[in-house]
Design a protein around this ligand. Structure first.
Ligand code: PLP
Length: 262
């Protein structure tokens, strides 16, 4: 991890012009991947991920063209949303959520991409009711088989989504995953394929069982290091941090705490 980080291919951006250039470069790579896959480039949404980036630098990124931001820690996202309340931004929580933080998500987030328990769904439903809000939601799936990853086992998702119509404040729209981080392209691709295959099964189930209000159009998969593979495998949302904001100070393991830290 550290070796990879030391040789980071990512450039830091510190002006609005640099952010605009990084966004344009990522968009061009998205368009090229879409062309290779015979897809319309409008079918992929670029979600910039601003974890560890200060509110001041986010301001420049917004001037450069960012309109929504993904964050993996609620507390950090909440503080930034307050500091940047004058900007018309959409906040998307993409990391594991502890139950005691659900009230914050209900208050300011537009979307939550890491739903992984019914207990959390019930708490979010209650807090969203209190706030008179709704929340777009993706179900996080562990497609890599790594014990250190959050997300539901693929085999358990069918019974999970069957329960979600009970939480009408959650607008379920699809699935999210993190691929294996070992850099082996075939294994990374397999994770993305697994998520797409699961979505097809769930679509059939949703129709067959008449599950009300549960959508399965979105596949949030792919990050700076693997988003082109994800697009080739059907991603509709790519979550890109370092290719826009530059390298992070610490290796990924620091930002993805082990599930034992629940
Ligand atoms: C940090 C993060 C990303 C973005 O990773 P980059 O390497 O910065 O592109 C995507 N998804 C999740 C869940 C993250 O925590």
């Amino acid at each position: 991890m550290n070796e990879l980080h030391d040789a980071s291919p990512y450039q830091s951006a510190t002006t609005a012009e640099q952010f605009a250039a990084h966004l344009a470069a990522v968009r061009a790579r998205i368009a090229a991947a879409c062309a290779r896959a015979g897809r319309d480039s409008n079918s992929v949404r670029l979600l910039p991920v601003s974890k560890t980036v200060t509110a001041e630098r986010i301001r420049l990124a917004v001037a450069g063209g960012c309109t929504e931001l993904g964050e993996n820690k609620v507390q950090e996202a909440l503080e930034k949303s307050i500091a940047l309340a004058d900007l018309p931004l959409r906040w998307v929580i993409i990391g594991h959520l502890q139950r005691n933080k659900a009230k914050f998500v209900a208050r300011f987030a537009s979307e939550f991409q890491a739903l992984d328990s019914l207990e959390l769904a019930a708490i979010l439903q209650q807090k969203l009711q209190d706030e008179n809000r709704t929340l777009r939601v993706l179900v996080q799936v562990n497609t890599s088989g790594e014990a250190s990853k959050f997300g539901l086992e693929p085999a358990t998702v069918a019974s999970f989504i069957r329960e979600l119509p009970a939480f009408p404040r959650l607008e379920v729209r699809g699935l999210m995953t993190l691929a294996i981080l070992d850099g082996n392209e075939a294994r990374v691709r397999r994770c993305f394929q697994r998520l797409r295959e699961l979505r097809e099964q769930l679509r059939i189930q949703i129709r067959a069982e008449g599950l009300i209000g549960i959508g399965m159009d979105e596949l949030s998969m792919g990050m700076s290091g693997d988003f082109e593979i994800a697009i080739e495998e059907g991603a509709t949302i790519v979550r890109v941090g370092q290719a826009i904001f530059g390298p992070r100070a610490l290796p990924d393991s620091h930002y993805w705490p082990e599930p034992a830290a629940h």
